[in-house]
Ligand binder design. Structure first.
Ligand code: ATP
Ligand code: FE2
Length: 316
């Protein structure tokens, strides 16, 4: 079986094609970017509308296929930016009707988890999902995802990006902050773990204050944010693993590109006889292949829906 997936939850429009064995045949995308203005929802939707047909043709061509070979179309129905989601839905629905294919709505967050799981050939991992918007600790039981812990305010990526803007690093800032952290020393910051949840807004306020006072270097602040926030995550995940007895940890989401975060999680896993896994860069960010694979997994669930900008992973 061949599945085509359409991703359009945020600034990326992507089309990916996978087989029912989880092999990625093509994964083409194009992202809206505007270094100075940030994310303007209507402009993002216009971008997606403009590039959609070209991305689709490239994806089919790269896979060496035509519409005739495609059995199913999946699209990301949420969560995400409303105008972007509608654009993706209309494109996917239009293609499905024209080509006479079944259309399957999928949850974007579930897709991040399932592509990481198949790529690493995992049985039953616990997931740490750390992107711009999301910071969640997730496990699966009886076919449902459960959120065991999460951020009580902003996602870690958004927090890094907000402070990055203060430092004049541009958007997104996570990778640049990681480089600067290599030259920093530790200064104490608030460490905010509440039960299985974490909170980053107090840390953001504190680093902004320290930066404005001018006595702490950018490098020290970047290093200390990483050490503090990553240690908070490692602490709650370790407890979650002890509690659930899971032996595999899978890190997904854009912040997962951070080497120091991976190192800390890897050490934590080794110390408790568990294994740490991540996702290769081309499958880590937003793209269509993960939507296609999630669509294959959900193909027999009959869901009557269009889009849902606030669709949580534990509501699927
Ligand atoms: P989602 O819709 O899944 O929540 P998203 O668009 O919010 O996705 P991703 O694309 O998964 O987010 O991740 C983007 C985030 O990852 C940005 O906040 C960026 O700063 C952060 N990031 C990228 N590389 C690094 C890095 N090396 N270290 C830390 N953060 C990073
Ligand atoms: Fe995403």
């Amino acid at each position: 079986m061949i599945i085509l997936g359409v991703e359009a939850t945020a600034h990326t429009f992507g089309v990916g094609i996978v087989t029912s064995e989880g092999k990625v045949l093509s994964n083409v995308k194009d992202s809206y970017s505007s270094p100075d203005k940030g994310m303007i929802p209507d402009e993002i939707a216009k971008h997606h509308k403009d590039v959609a047909e070209e991305i689709l043709s490239k994806a089919l061509k790269e896979a060496g296929l035509t519409w005739k070979n495609v059995d199913l179309i999946a699209y990301s129905a949420g969560p995400g930016l409303d105008p972007a989601l509608w654009e993706g839905y209309h494109k996917a629905k239009g293609w499905a009707e024209k080509q006479g294919k079944k259309l399957v709505p999928v949850n974007h967050c579930c897709a991040h988890l399932s592509i990481g799981k198949i790529w690493n050939k995992l049985e039953d991992p616990i997931y740490l999902y750390v992107s711009g918007v999301n910071t969640q600790l997730i496990f699966s039981e009886a076919g449902k995802y459960h959120v065991m812990g999460e951020t009580l305010d902003i996602g870690l990526g958004n927090m890094l990006d907000k402070f990055g803007r203060v430092l004049g690093l541009g958007f997104p800032a996570g990778a640049k902050m990681e480089e600067m952290a290599n030259f920093g020393n530790y200064v104490e910051l608030p460490y905010v773990v509440k039960g299985m949840d974490v909170s980053f807004s107090g840390i953001l306020t504190r680093v902004q204050q320290l930066y404005e006072r001018g006595q702490t270097s950018k490098e020290d602040l970047c290093f200390s944010i990483q050490e503090t926030c990553f240690a908070m995550l490692a602490e709650v995940i370790e407890r979650a693993m002890a509690h659930t007895g899971k032996k595999e940890l899978l890190l997904v989401g854009g912040v997962g590109a951070n080497k120091r975060l991976c190192e800390m999680l890897d050490i934590m896993c080794q110390e408790r006889g568990a294994k740490f896994f991540k996702v290769p860069l081309d499958l880590a960010g937003d793209q269509g292949a993960m939507i296609a694979w999630e669509g294959f997994l959900r193909k027999d669930e009959e869901k009557e829906m269009t889009v849902n900008p606030h669709w949580r992973v534990d509501e699927v």
